[in-house]
Write a protein that binds this ligand. Structure first.
Ligand SMILES: [Zn+2]
Length: 197
């Protein structure tokens, strides 16, 4: 298999330029999580299960292009929080439209894991980010992400998935329980396994 060129050099097209920013594997999922209110490296990592080096690189790219800001974490000195900028927020309609396309053309058997509703009236947001009831375009700040029929809490047990089992307003920081140190988690898993077995 031939190597793909690293960039879309020679493609003088806005889509190609946009893909230079968000077209790498994981990038749109990192942004999706940022819309869900994930802000800490560890939380992105446990939710996405992406290798740390890849996540570091994707976050760095998003900061360099100005879609996320990286600021010191007040609660955890020496760590950082990543927050969407206006430039990042502007990707919501495209991200949501792509998600909706996936739901229509490559659907999950149990239905969508997440539903998106207008926080003010409770009606569904369509693929163009319009509210069916209010008949207008809804900005992401007005959108609630709620658990859908395809969400299986048995499968996703990380702290971010747990926090997202409650409806959550996009962009608002997600209250994620601190990840337990691996030793403690292993001990707990052993205890659970022992109990079950
Ligand atoms: Zn509405």
């Amino acid at each position: 298999m031939g190597m793909l060129p690293k960039s879309y050099e020679g493609q003088d097209c806005s889509l190609a330029r946009a893909l230079e920013v968000v077209g790498e594997r994981w990038t749109l999922l990192v942004l999706r999580d940022a819309f869900y209110g994930v802000r800490r490296f560890t939380d992105f990592q446990v939710h996405l299960g992406v290798p740390r080096a890849v996540l570091t690189e994707r976050l760095r790219t998003l900061v360099v292009y100005g879609l996320l800001t990286r600021q010191p974490d007040r609660e955890q000195p020496a760590r950082h929080q990543y927050t969407l900028t206006d430039k990042g927020w502007d990707l919501w309609p495209a991200l949501h439209a792509l998600r909706s396309w996936g739901e229509q053309h490559v659907p999950a058997s149990n239905g969508p894991r997440r539903l998106f509703v207008h926080a003010i009236c409770g009606a569904d947001i369509d693929a163009t980010s319009s509210c069916a009831r209010c008949h207008r375009q809804v900005s992401p700040e007005e959108v609630l992400a709620a658990p859908g029929p395809g969400l299986n809490p048995e499968v996703s047990q990380d702290p971010v998935s747990a926090a997202l089992q409650e409806p959550h307003r996009l962009g608002q920081p997600l209250a994620v329980a601190p990840t337990r140190p691996p030793t403690e988690r292993t001990a707990l898993a052993d205890a659970v396994m022992g109990h079950a077995g």
